[in-house]
Design a protein around this ligand. Sequence first.
Ligand code: IMP
Length: 191
Amino acid sequence: MKLVFATHNEYKLTEVKKILDPDVELLSLNDIACFDEIPETSSTLEGNASLKARYVYEKFGYNCFADDTGLEVEALNMEPGVFSARYAGEDKSAEANMQKLLLEMSKIKNRKARFRTVISLIINGEESFFEGIVNGSILEHKQGDMGFGYDPIFEPEGYSQSFAEMNMAEKNIISHRGRAMALLVEFLKKY
Ligand code: IMP
């Protein structure tokens, strides 16, 4: 089966390749020559995942899945949430996003946070959703240099390392996207 993962993020692509059954031929947006900036105009993770997957299915005709992730911080009323990528501005700088969050949290004792991923999968026009959550906390300083995005300041519950101090295999087992992908993999067994 051919399946497009609607992302330009090479790190995510490698992560997901390690989880998917090798029988699935995984294509990226680059592989199908889709260089469009797909609009993410919804106010929910579900909505944005769906927009991206539908865009590819309708314009390119491939079965496809897309993810949208938010970092939800309890003391900030679950923000930045759906705005996580643009938290510090439109240029989507991971460094600026982390600095802004660390500043917002500087006097806050409750550091509880979670990553939540929603995946929309469209097969032959039929859409299914999968959700993955990892609970954890926001560190006071960056730790580690692996991964991407907010990884250096997120410590998953039950661990004393940030995501950026874990290799991809370790992160995949417990991460939001890893968990949502595990549900998708289970679902694909039907096909
Ligand atoms: P997106 O939905 O994948 O574009 O992610 C939204 C925001 O969350 C972006 O700022 C990403 O960098 C961040 N993000 C998504 N997944 C992860 C992750 O696994 N670790 C750290 N940050 C992530």
